[in-house]
Design a protein around this ligand. Structure first.
Ligand SMILES: [Zn+2]
Length: 85
């Protein structure tokens, strides 16, 4: 991904933090040594133009696999207790 400094020179992404699958914080740095500007930008999901070809089940499984084991267990425990109730 190309980023540009407010001075007009190319910048680079020094770091990024994915706060959620739809929201990423980007730490930018100007490559012009005479500028030295560093900044924070956000990359966010906006809206769908065409829905994913993957099935809902597939998307859900991929999402669950990305969670820590403890969180997966917590979710399955909640599902189990709701099924009994
Ligand atoms: Zn700059």
């Amino acid at each position: 991904m190309r980023i540009v400094c407010k001075c007009g020179h190319k910048g680079k992404i020094r770091d990024s933090k994915e706060l959620s699958p739809d929201f990423v914080t980007i730490y930018g740095q100007c490559l012009d040594v005479h500028c030295g500007h560093t900044w924070v930008a956000h990359l966010t999901f906006s809206h769908t133009l065409s829905p994913s070809a993957q099935t809902f089940d597939r998307l859900l499984l991929d999402r669950l696999r990305g969670l820590p084991r403890a969180k997966q267990r917590e979710l399955f425990d909640q599902l189990g207790s709701q099924a009994v109730a």
